[in-house]
Design a protein around this ligand. Structure first.
Ligand SMILES: [Zn+2]
Length: 140
């Protein structure tokens, strides 16, 4: 999977705004966020989607999600956190490496699109600062 951008992030060949990491997963900020704090959790081992991901990686993703949304609640005080996961191009999966979206929601936010949204680069400084806030709030 030499061309997979998420595998390159796992290997450190492409930088990311990291929020969390353990043996199985890496979590980092989406650089085209729907909302500030939009975080992706990916398995370190390449799997394209939910059809393929090994059970132990899927479990690790969800355990990480629980830690991270608790940290988001503390760091960002959202009114909720949406968890989204898309499988296949027909569902608007853009990067073909499993990824689980965590999108913090705040009062007055626009409606959340599920399978279509515009890829719009976010403010890198704000993304980095938010990543640090979430990472700092994660309890082991
Ligand atoms: Zn990959």
């Amino acid at each position: 999977m030499e061309e997979c951008i998420f595998c390159k992030i796992v290997k450190g060949e492409i930088p990311c705004y990291k929020v969390y990491e353990d043996d199985h997963v890496l979590a980092f900020e989406d650089i085209n966020p729907i909302a500030l704090g939009h975080t992706l959790i990916i398995p370190k081992r390449h799997a394209e989607n939910l059809y393929e991901i090994p059970d132990e990686d899927l479990v690790a993703i969800h355990l990480a999600a629980k830690k991270i949304i608790r940290a988001m609640r503390e760091a960002l005080e959202p009114t909720g956190v949406a968890c989204l996961q898309l499988n296949g191009k027909g569902a608007n999966q853009v990067v073909m490496h499993y990824h689980f979206h965590l999108v913090p929601r705040h009062a007055g936010d626009p409606e959340l699109p599920i399978t279509t949204w515009e890829l719009k680069p976010g403010d890198k400084d704000a993304i980095e600062e938010t990543a640090k806030k979430i990472a700092a709030a994660i309890k082991s």
